[in-house]
Design a protein around this ligand. Sequence first.
Ligand code: BGC
Length: 799
Amino acid sequence: MRRFIPVIIAGWACLSPLQAQDKPVYLDETQSLEQRIDDALSRMTLDEKIAVIHAQSKFSSPGVKRLGFPDLWTDDGPHGVRPDVLWDEWEQAGQTNDSCVAFPALTCLAATWAPHLSRLYGESLGEEALYRGKHVMLGPGVNIFRTPLNGRNFEYMGEDPWLASRMVVPYVQGLQSKGVAACVKHYALNNDEEYRHQVNVIVSDRALHEIYLPAFKAAVQEGGAWSIMGAYNLYQGQHNCHNATMLNKILKHDWGFDGVVISDWGGCHDTDEAVVNGLDLEFGTWTDGLTMGATNAYDNYYLAAPYKKHIQQGRYTTRELDEKVRRVLRLFYRTTMRPYVPLPADSQRPRPVGFLCSESHYAAALQIAQEGIVLLKNSPIPSSPLREEPLPLLPLTVEKLKAFHEARISNEAPIPEPCSPTRSLLMAVGGANILVVGENAIKMMTVGGGSSSLKVQREILPLDGLARSLAGVWGSEVQLSYARGYVGDTVQSYNGVTVGRSLYDTRTASELLAEAVEKARQADVVIFVGGLNKSDGQDCEGHDRKQYGLPYGQDALITALAEANPRLVCVNISGNCVAMPWADKVPAIVQGWYLGSEAGSALASVLTGEVNPSGKLPFTWYADLSQCGAHATGSYPGTWRADHAIIDETYGEDIYVGYRWTDKERVKPLFAFGHGQSYTTFQIGHPVASSHAMTSVTPITITVPVTNTGERAGAEVVQLYVHAKRPAVDRPQKELKAFQKVYLQPGETRDVKLTIGIEALSFYDETIHDWQAEPGTYEALIGNASDNILQKMTFKWKE
Ligand code: BGC
């Protein structure tokens, strides 16, 4: 089918002027998009209209063959282009041409706090999708991180509506600049996975509009998203895939969304609600499309034969149907029919070109991973008897490794005085030796986790990335060894994708621990690479995590390693925060996320110091679950109704999600939202405002000088939070309203300009069902983490 289009284009190109006048309006690119849609709609039969609003296979829906509209192909999303599955099943088709580049998971992207990298992410993914013939990418996800137990947080952009909004817009724009539609998901309130089809969320209008909707709204209004995915869960007792308030009122009426609402796979449950409550395109209603029905089971979809029958029997006119088809046609023109959409004058080619696994995509994946890695902790430790100054454990430079080696050797055999011959003594006993411990150092993380699982052309594992450093920055003076430490999940394949390296190990937990501890005693530095993985009940779709603590006895292992060797770096791989009861026993902690194809290279570059870390946490890292509002209020996971059909989950913490909650409750999390260290130091200077009085039409711009006061290049994220002084309504202590990442050479100073307008002061007023700002005094709090405010500036707002 897809081959049909170039034939048509070529055909029209050869027409004589007279024949060109006969070109139907729907194919005439000189006509407006809406005129062409009207014309196409007027030519379509009832069957053709019904056909385009529901799936014909697991991931495709039909076009209109008679009129030359190709089929529409969707695919997951959001971290790379999922391998093809069989026509009617989730099972992988086993193609040999669908390996992809895996980009870092969206929590990592959010942790870059770099909207330009989000644009790069979207563009690169769009090129991979184009090559694979996919027209709609099922992503990005912007559900808010409400509880760290949510199995799908790794696919989202953190806890803060402003950060998620700024990061989602360029992703959508970048992807769609390639002619591939974003399908922003899961709209909305899909904030946990457990019982996702049955959870009925009860949330105040204020929390809905201030916390849970802004990123979706930004994706629609600023990003111009061409499609959106309804969520599985319920709101106001109605499933979100056909929810009158969510879809008709908020999305389509209030926000003016002109794209297509696609049901999450199997999220549609009722023909009447689907017809009238704003669903446009139904997907995934049954997992096995052919055997569930007598003929073609797709005919039995809620928006297929049952809907057609209702129309034929007069229950509905074609008013709703035409509206749905109009939206689907608009999506066709934006994607599959793209050559017919007028192109900007400066456009060089008729449509963007796809590339699969190109070096530029690997480069993008690497850069995003490097900038997203967060250095959570880096304490100084005694380095060597030859130096008085303790040094931060990271980065692990050759000089530092040698110093640690000296220290260890000298502990074992006292250093002779004076110390000058020590270095030669050192070399005599061999170079520095690094021990890597942990399953996540050798486990592929692009495989597993649910619908975002990928089949990659390559994935550099952390151990392999570190081993490559031996050929580069470390050289032959450093040796690397490995101990498993624990056995987690040894399953070798997921959805037909097999992981490269066998994880099978028959040793007992105590044997593994003993081996790791013994080797740690002999090592100059130990790098532990553990955390969660993509197995069910961890960072995985379908269920939530069962516990906040690390699985597989890792806490005991880390504690034992810290006792055996004080030079311990802990690299945590996860899309969520986890309990770290050992945090004060470990000098260096790195948050490694799910980093995609270049995971090992990115981690190694940060650990060795080749790259200076600049990621900042996109969520609050709680010491324990009692610090999180959803758990402190006892509102997660909700209460089952008597018939056990629905579980009501009242968001008891209301607008106080993440740092808004810890600020209010005055609890100190383990690591605050926005926190992330660097190998250099920065000074955030005195802010100067364009005015100290804001009005509804004049925003203020605050200029802040930032200086790199250290000895190496690095990047800092300047964060601006707004605090309302003496508000009449309940307000969070502070809310993020502007930020900018700035890249600085040693000694360099740059001015960062942060602009805020009335929106930054506004709250959602439930009495008027709209946003409004209170006149009064506000403070701009400026710092480099939500718990490290370095500058304050007061200003007023008058109506
Ligand atoms: C997930 C979606 C995904 C879809 C198709 C659903 O189970 O919730 O995020 O896009 O499957 O794989």
